[in-house]
Design a protein around this ligand. Structure first.
Ligand SMILES: *[C@@H]1O[C@H](CO)[C@@H](O)[C@H](O)[C@H]1NC(C)=O
Length: 369
């Protein structure tokens, strides 16, 4: 185990320093490009990734979203992109959203007409509270309330992660303390929105287990533990493990499949696997193989953060066809509506342009649905 952790640590450092393709899955002509400690992707040449705009901060509020006993439902699927996708037996086509983008009228109008679900950009469940024992819910309550009142499904995103941890968490070095911190975090956030989430990305991890306070203190057992706490907090939500660069049947995809099988050998803790699918131009060729490999676990599969540099119609339809061809591929989530709000804005990777008008890729997808 220490050998494995040492390898992973070295690999991560190498990736940060020299943009080395840790998993070797980037095609010729693209480079595994380090964006930040939680995300790298295959980009053509040496293109510098743009930074995701931080969600608009919202003051904490004590108001809890109205409780409902109804299971999460998509409301009316609409006649746009989501409606057509759902007509193929899929659950929803969603988009990420936050207080900033919900307050842009043109953006909100497209979310209503063309998308059936929302995933928060960082505000919902991602961070452990910066101050020990204190949680802030303003941004996540606002998003959940918007989704519930507009009949949109919700994917949570994500409880446990190796990155963006406050130092009071990353410095914990004993199991008992870390267990109680994990349990409090998951039960507080999961419990607050229980019954409202269609799915929740419980943790981002890859098959190797990145070096983190979680893997260092627990070994692999933190994966099962996080899913157990999440199930208790919200028995209705489908619980996902999620990560980036699961874009072909590469070593990382195989590592994820193996990890999920090991964890679920003890019971069905994990319901689904999310592949983020931030693709480079021309990078959709492995999508079918990735979805097939992930579906070989018998679990649901979701494309959780789709965007494709240049948004070529052919790249997009390749991904959509792969999902249509894979019965277990239940949802697609675009990582934003308009290029102007994309974390990769310079590559124009989304389905609506900077004026919130549908692009050729949007029309091509509608054409095959
Ligand atoms: C968006 O598309 C519309 C229609 O094709 C076009 O008129 C407009 O200039 C485009 N806006 C941007 C920012 O590309």
């Amino acid at each position: 185990m220490s050998k494995l952790l040492a390898f992973v640590t070295v690999a991560v450092i190498a990736q940060q320093a020299a943009a080395v393709a840790v998993w070797g899955q980037c095609d010729a002509g693209s480079v595994c490009t380090y964006s930040n400690p939680y995300y790298s992707q295959c980009l053509p040449g040496n293109a510098a990734p743009t930074t995701t705009p931080q969600p608009t901060s919202t003051p904490p509020t004590t108001s809890v979203p109205a409780t409902s006993t109804a299971p999460p439902s998509g409301g009316s699927p609409g006649t746009g992109l989501n409606g057509k996708f759902v007509s193929h037996g899929k659950v929803f086509w969603g988009s990420c959203a936050d207080s900033g983008t919900l307050n842009i009228a043109a953006n909100a109008a497209i979310l209503k007409s063309d998308f059936g679900g929302v995933t928060p950009v960082r505000v919902l469940t991602r961070r452990l509270s910066d101050v020990q024992g204190q949680f802030t819910f303003g941004g996540s309550d606002a998003l959940v309330n918007w989704a519930v009142s507009n009949g949109k499904m919700i994917r949570g995103h994500n409880f446990i992660w190796h990155s963006q941890l406050p130092s009071w968490v990353s410095s914990i070095n004993n199991k008992a303390t870390l267990t109680s911190v994990m349990q409090k975090h998951i039960s507080t956030l999961g419990g607050r929105y229980a019954g409202k989430l269609y799915g929740n990305e419980i943790l981002n991890e890859d098959g190797s287990l990145r070096s983190s306070v979680w893997s260092n203190v627990f070994g692999e057992s933190f994966v099962q533990l996080a899913f157990q706490y999440a199930r208790t907090a919200d028995p209705k939500a489908k619980l996902y493990i999620n990560d980036y660069n699961l874009d072909s049947n590469n070593a990382k995809t195989q590592g994820m499949v193996a990890l999920v099988k090991r964890v679920n050998a003890n019971g069905k803790f994990i319901d689904g696997i999310g592949t983020q699918m931030h693709l480079s131009a021309g990078g959709a060729g492995g999508a079918q193989a990735a979805l097939t490999a992930l579906a070989s676990t018998g679990l649901d599969v979701a494309i959780t953060e789709l965007d494709i540099a240049n948004a070529a119609a052919n790249d997009y339809t390749t991904v959509v066809k792969a999902c249509l061809n894979t019965p277990q591929c239940v949802t697609i989530t675009s990582w934003g509506v308009s290029d102007t709000n994309s974390w990769r804005a310079s590559t124009n990777p989304l389905l609506f342009n900077g004026s919130y008008q549908p692009k050729p890729a949007y029309n091509a997808i509608i054409g095959i649905l």
